[in-house]
Ligand binder design. Structure first.
Ligand SMILES: [Zn+2]
Length: 321
């Protein structure tokens, strides 16, 4: 348990008296109430999460999560088992325990992922149509500099040979499978790399028992901002620009929530965020290109080249949508 104001460890959040009266504990370090969110209902907690109130995040990822996880037994050590039967029993117990322990979090991840897959599919489709219809001599296309070479100039024929154009020739269930693999790969990479950099590289969380779960839950909560555009699909605001703005807002939510929870400097978090974004860019799409090209070298080379050319043209024309 921690105090949500100064983040010092405390023994309890409240005291229950015999007449069921509850008194919130005062922090011995900062003299504020240790965790006022114990008494606040979920709707107000949700609003405070949206408003990025540090207390709301700390209440959920430290105190509420610790309370929830402490209800379940610890996993059995598998390495100490003497025979195969003991080993299998311990393994089955650990797997069942894991599913029970993380049931709520896994359900939330599943919900987020299904929204993310649908949104990626919709956005990629709108982008593809937009790129195809973009006129090569469009005066709205602003070149960053007139001195840039020809390859930076917009040419919509390049879009017809990219991996996206190939995907949209497939049947819808296969298209869904492609976007599902894309999102699962992307989200797991993002989640694992952020955890790795914060815990292993910056050595954060040594005085917290479940530091891995804390980072994971923080990412899950702030990642929720990424599904805001699902509301925009109901009302006619689903333009590429508004979706792009929401994407940046979601990134801001993730950075700010990691800052609230870890108290690391903005510079460190932004460095991690940029490194993770670069690694995702270099790993996710190339992996899918390998699979779509069925590991044929010439097809891989061609798709990679088209993606690279598209990137050049996008960067040459302010087209970072
Ligand atoms: Zn305090």
């Amino acid at each position: 348990m921690i105090c949500i104001t100064c983040m010092q460890h405390v023994d309890s959040l409240y005291t229950v008296y015999s007449n069921d009266h509850i008194q919130l504990t005062d922090c011995p370090f900062c003299e504020e109430i240790v965790d006022k969110y114990v008494e606040i209902d979920n709707v107000l907690l949700f609003i405070d999460l949206l408003l990025l109130k540090p207390g709301a995040y700390r209440h959920l990822v430290f105190n509420s999560l610790e309370l929830h996880l402490s209800k379940y037994p610890k996993g059995k050590p598998v390495n100490d088992c003497q025979c195969l039967l003991d080993y299998t029993e311990a393994l089955v117990f650990n797997i069942k325990n894991w599913f029970r322990k993380y049931d709520r979090l896994n359900r939330l991840w599943l919900l987020l992922l299904s929204f993310e897959i649908y949104l990626t599919w919709v956005t990629e489709e709108s982008k593809y149509i937009y790129y195809l219809n973009r006129n090569n001599d469009d005066s709205n296309l602003i070149m960053l500099s007139m001195k840039l070479p020809e390859s930076f100039k917009w040419d919509s024929t390049i879009v017809r040979n990219t991996i996206t154009s190939k995907v949209f020739t497939w049947r819808p269930p296969i298209q869904y499978l492609y976007f599902a693999s894309y999102c699962i790969l992307d989200v797991s990479l993002f989640h694992t790399l952020i955890q790795y950099f914060i815990l292993k590289k910056l050595h954060w969380g040594r005085n917290f028992a479940s530091s891995k779960d804390i980072i994971s839950y923080t990412i899950l909560l702030s990642y929720g901002a990424k599904i805001f555009p699902i509301l925009m699909l109901i009302w006619p605001y689903d333009t590429l620009i508004s979706m792009s703005i929401i994407k940046w807002v979601a990134n801001f939510y993730i950075i700010e929530s990691l800052k609230i929870v870890t108290k690391l400097s903005y510079w460190n978090i932004i460095k991690i965020f940029i490194s993770v974004a670069l690694l995702r860019y270099c790993l996710v799409k190339p992996t899918l290109i390998l699979c779509v090209a069925k590991f044929k070298l010439s097809a891989i080379k061609n798709l990679m080249y088209q993606e690279f050319m598209l990137l050049l043209q996008k960067s040459g024309t302010y087209l970072f949508l």
